[in-house]
Design a protein around this ligand. Structure first.
Ligand code: AP5
Ligand code: MG
Length: 193
């Protein structure tokens, strides 16, 4: 199996690269942000609870996203692998993911981190906000809060996988195709090691 964590701050290009990766490797794409937004669109109780936190650029509780991932892993037992996008976002989520994958007889192949500086991230998010309709892309203060939450709560997840020898970083600045090539190289290296 190929189980990839695509890592990086808001606006780094995780969703953009995921679209290309799922075509090349036939992976199941698990984006907790997308899953939460579909709960909001469906008007579920979970969606209602998540919405105000997401709109402020804050994380939703660990147990909510861990539960969603657990369901998706169980639903997709025959998948050739998964691409985790926007998850895990805390060390607690990473530990839960490792445990779940072990129960399914598998594990993370590698984490690939997209490195992009804050000013470029803010530019991308505000630009996307002109058309995306995402409330968390609408104003600069919310975009900056998301980056700051990433720095304080999510960055330690990189160390979690680095300690397992499963961390690779690449620049997330450049053309989408060039970045895709670099991501694929890192996947190949991890599969060979
Ligand atoms: P989520 O949906 O995961 O958002 P995010 O991490 O903030 O990341 P984005 O989706 O904004 O960016 P991306 O890296 O996917 O970049 P994209 O490809 O779109 O999470 C939203 C919220 O949900 C969180 O704040 C939290 O509240 C909650 N949540 C989700 N998961 C959670 C979890 N696990 N735990 C707790 N809470 C959770 O690209 C961005 C833009 O840049 C696009 O317009 C794109 O066209 C453009 N772009 C892409 N690549 C390039 C390039 N190479 N050059 C120029 N522009 C580019
Ligand atoms: Mg995304």
């Amino acid at each position: 199996m190929l189980n990839l964590v695509l890592f990086g701050p808001p606006g780094a290009g995780k969703g953009t690269q995921s679209e290309k990766l799922i075509q090349k490797y036939q992976l199941v794409h698990l984006s907790t942000g997308d899953l939460l937004r579909s709960q909001i669109a469906a008007g579920t109780e979970l969606g209602l609870r998540a919405k105000s936190l997401m709109d402020q650029g804050l994380l939703v509780p660990d147990e909510v996203v861990i539960g969603m991932i657990e369901n998706k892993l169980t639903e997709n037992q025959q998948a050739p692998g998964f691409i985790f996008d926007g998850f895990p976002r805390t060390v607690k989520q990473a530990e839960a993911l490792d445990t779940l994958l072990t129960l399914h007889g598998t594990g993370i192949t590698t984490m690939v981190a997209l490195v992009v500086d804050e000013e470029e991230l803010i530019r991308r998010l505000l630009k996307r906000g002109e058309t995306s309709g995402r409330p968390d892309d609408k104003d600069e203060a919310t975009a900056r809060r998301r980056v700051s939450v990433y720095n304080s709560e999510t960055m330690p997840v990189a160390e979690h996988y680095a300690q397992q020898g499963k961390y690779a970083a690449i620049s997330g600045i450049g053309t989408i195709d060039d970045i895709f090539e670099l991501v694929c190289q890192k996947i190949q290296q991890a599969q060979l090691s």
